[in-house]
Design a protein around this ligand. Structure first.
Ligand code: RFL
Ligand code: PHB
Length: 390
């Protein structure tokens, strides 16, 4: 089989790129390791930047997002028993974010790929890129007993943090920068009315918590837990009790509880691999960088990679201009690092670190005090949260 662009990974990054390129007449295939049901069972991001939403519309995938997604003009931070609001709209020059789950984004992208007859292979085993530093790369995968070879001009590694693509860049080329945080987030999804119409990030002496949502009948809550905890250690009741203890009393009093329909623990990590290109292999999204979820940047950073890569490939195929491809890694990384900085900052501001000293506590309190007493600080948070320009 021969295609122009072979995309490894059928998550949001890979599907979005494939859809955008298809609309420009560029031929792609997406190779996904798992079944569609498996991919759609993952509960992940909930907050989309306006730039990401724009890209979804450009990919002709924005209709349901615009109909069912909620536009949020702000969020709240609970600290020291009170609630303070970050007015995103006011401090970002009129921008906002959309609350619409990654699961739904991915579902919409799969449906769009089906509508256009896009090639998406599921359960592709042992996907392996070959000859990426030659002019004629190819990718192999196993379909049962059959070994399939895909010849292509470019390979896109959009296969997430645990994928194969990054690992196929030689060790003496790749530099990895990593910070692992000493806690995780235990998250639950429940068919209950959200406790608040806007997200509430909670800084509390028992640890961080987050009240988020997917719709007015579907809530998503998180609490900071030690890395040694397992989801089975937490009954629904234990989760609700702990969440209530971390919320301001009036918020806790109106929390509607119910059975969880999903419960999982995500470790928190910051990670960047450089460069994001080697020969004809280009990395995008979680394959190249991870952020702790605190700033809601992960999927949004993936989308900015896709924006740059899409334009770079269109430049190559439709205009004979390779400057976008040549500049991809540098351009993408400049924005990636800004998202890293913001996610790290939000994480440091809101979590309880097991190894902290009193000096750290004072700095955290001062940072919070500064945030809510300075319009400049509010602008800084708001422009980052709604998403820096691509
Ligand atoms: P994905 O979604 O991991 O998709 C990669 C796909 O590649 C497949 N794959 C392979 N395919 C072929 N061969 C192989 N060898 C393969 N290995 C893997 C995988 O099965 C998968 O389908 O990466 P992608 O597309 O780059 O998307 C990135 C986002 O998923 C991620 O950044 C976000 O979910 C992060 N994130 C959030 N981001 C936000 O922007 N806003 C949020 O509010 C937000 N909240 C979150 C989050 C992530 C979380 N977790 C669980 C890590 C909340 C949580 C709890
Ligand atoms: C979510 O709804 O899953 C979510 C929202 C905001 C974050 C992280 C996760 O910062």
């Amino acid at each position: 089989m021969k295609v122009q662009v072979c995309i490894i990974g059928g998550g949001p990054s890979g599907l979005l790129l494939s859809q955008l390129l298809h609309l420009q007449g560029i031929d792609t295939i997406v190779l996904e390791k798992y079944s569609r049901e498996h991919v759609l069972a993952r509960i992940r991001a909930g907050v989309l930047e306006h730039g990401f939403a724009k890209l979804m519309r450009e990919a002709q995938c924005g209709e349901r997002m615009d109909r069912e997604g909620e536009i949020h003009h702000g969020f709240e931070i609970a600290h020291d028993g009170r609630l303070d609001r970050v007015d995103l709209h006011k401090y970002s020059g009129g921008n906002s974010v959309i609350v619409y789950g990654q699961t739904e984004v991915t579902r919409d992208l799969y449906e769009a790929r089906d509508r256009l007859g896009g090639k998406v292979v599921h359960n592709a085993e042992d996907v392996t890129p070959h000859d990426i530093d030659s002019g004629a790369p190819y990718v192999t995968y196993r379909d049962g007993d059959k070994l399939v070879r895909v010849d292509c001009e470019f390979v896109i590694g959009a296969d997430g943090f645990h994928g194969v693509s990054r690992k196929s860049i030689p060790n003496d080329v790749l530099r990895e920068h990593e910070k692992v945080y000493p806690f995780g987030w235990l998250g639950i999804l429940s068919r209950t009315k959200p406790v608040s119409p806007e997200l509430i990030y909670v800084k509390h002496e028992r640890g961080f918590a987050l009240c988020s949502l997917r719709s007015q009948v579907l809530s998503r809550y998180y609490i900071q837990v030690p890395l040694t905890d397992k989801p089975e250690d937490w009954s629904d009741d234990a989760f609700w009790i702990e969440l209530k203890r971390r919320l301001p009393a009036d918020v806790a009093a109106r929390l509607v509880t119910g059975p969880s329909i999903e419960k999982s623990i995500a470790p928190l990590r910051s990670f960047v691999a450089e460069p994001m290109r080697h020969g004809r292999l280009f990395l995008a999204g979680d394959a190249a960088h991870i952020v702790p979820p605190t700033g809601a940047r992960g999927l949004n950073s993936a989308a900015s990679d896709i924006y740059y890569l899409y334009h770079a490939l269109v430049g190559h195929y439709l205009k004979g201009d390779d400057s976008g491809l040549d500049g991809y890694s540098q351009k993408a990384l400049a924005r990636v690092w800004k998202a890293q900085r913001f996610s790290w900052w939000m994480t440091m501001l809101l979590h309880r670190f097991p190894d902290r000293v009193s000096y750290d506590d004072r700095l955290q309190d001062t940072e919070m005090d500064y945030l809510f007493s300075s319009e400049t600080a509010m602008r800084l948070v708001s422009e980052n949260y709604v998403g820096l320009p691509f």
